[in-house]
Design a protein around this ligand. Structure first.
Ligand code: NAD
Length: 295
């Protein structure tokens, strides 16, 4: 049976290291990393995610401020608020919780974020950075997946990796990041014919489709590494399940991530990491400015 990859435990270790970086930054500069979270409307899942992110910030010593906006918020209002936050010294990261209400132009909102504060990595210029292998901020869920593999010493280079799901926030950026680590990557999506013929080739199978039970044991090669990104509410219950038939695939895979407790906590951890990095960079930039223009 598969070894379970404990995302909670790996997260805990990384978050302890981040808390040390936060204390060091504060001691030498007085800077407290700050995250602004914009939440529009009343999608219950979004509220849960934002609450988890803010709680994790507090534990790591990051100050977070939440902006609750009505479901009727306009693109212009969001762009204006982001413009103000871009200029604030105490805000190092800006996160817009997706999805936004249907009347909002998501592209324009994401483009309004100062690239140096784009801790979710969704600004088009950061997406371009992913393509060429040097994003200013790597997107959180994909980098969480890579971090899990690295922590388990699972080699990516030269392996057959199949990614099921091609969204802009998970499947596509993750696929490119894997290519940048020299994996051979197939990207599957809802229009893929005979999904199983691809998944069976995978040394490493990453599933991010949002379809509970999509991947069953017969679709998985003996000894494969299976990463389940899915977070789905089981119909008719409050239980959270992934996209992978956990019990079946567990008997066949060599490694498997549980849901919850696999990729989910890593996404939040990578957000904390990006926010701390943003604060450290803004402090170094301030020091550089002072060195070149001493008072
Ligand atoms: P999305 O709906 O934007 O994209 C889903 C992708 O899966 C699309 O490319 C679609 O073509 C593909 N797909 C859908 N049905 C399929 C099928 N039957 N066969 C093959 N491909 C299929 O979703 P998303 O935002 O990328 O999220 C995917 C899942 O990951 C969701 O369950 C979401 O809740 C979860 N998620 C988890 C985290 C985390 O932190 N663990 C972060 C983001 C998303």
């Amino acid at each position: 049976t598969a070894r379970l990859i404990d995302g909670d435990a790996i997260s805990r270790r990384i978050r302890e290291e981040l808390a040390v970086r936060v204390r060091r930054l504060r001691a030498r500069s007085g800077v407290v990393p700050g995250l602004a979270v914009l939440l529009a409307g009343d999608d219950p899942a979004s509220h849960v995610y934002v609450r988890n992110k803010q709680r994790a910030c507090a534990r790591a010593g990051i100050s977070s401020v939440r902006y609750d906006l009505p479901a009727t918020v306009t693109t212009a209002e969001l762009v204006e608020l982001i413009g103000n936050l871009n200029h604030r010294d105490d805000v190092h990261g800006i996160l817009v919780q997706l999805p936004l209400p249907p009347q909002v132009q998501v592209r324009r909102v994401l483009e309004a974020i100062d690239m140096g504060k784009d801790v979710d990595g969704f600004h088009p210029a950061n997406v371009g950075g992913v393509v060429v292998g040097e994003p200013l901020f790597p997107p959180c869920t994909p980098s969480g997946v890579l971090e899990l593999l690295a922590h388990e010493d699972i080699e990516v280079a030269g392996r057959n990796v199949v990614v099921v799901g091609a969204s802009n926030i998970v499947g596509k950026p993750l696929s490119l990041m894997l290519v940048n680590h020299d994996a051979t990557v197939s990207i599957c999506h809802a229009k893929t014919r005979d999904l199983a013929q691809f998944t069976r080739l995978a040394d490493i199978l990453v599933v991010a489709a949002g379809v509970p039970g999509l991947v069953t044991a017969d679709m998985v090669r003996e000894g494969a590494v299976v990463i389940d990104v899915g977070i789905n509410r089981e119909p008719g219950s409050r239980r959270i399940v992934g996209d992978v038939d956990f019990e079946g695939v567990r008997r066949k895979a060599s490694y498997l991530t549980p849901v919850p407790g696999g990729v989910g906590p890593m996404t939040v951890t990578m957000l904390l990491q990006n926010t701390v990095t943003a604060a450290e960079r803004s402090h170094s930039a301030a020091v550089d400015r002072q060195m070149s223009h001493p008072a």
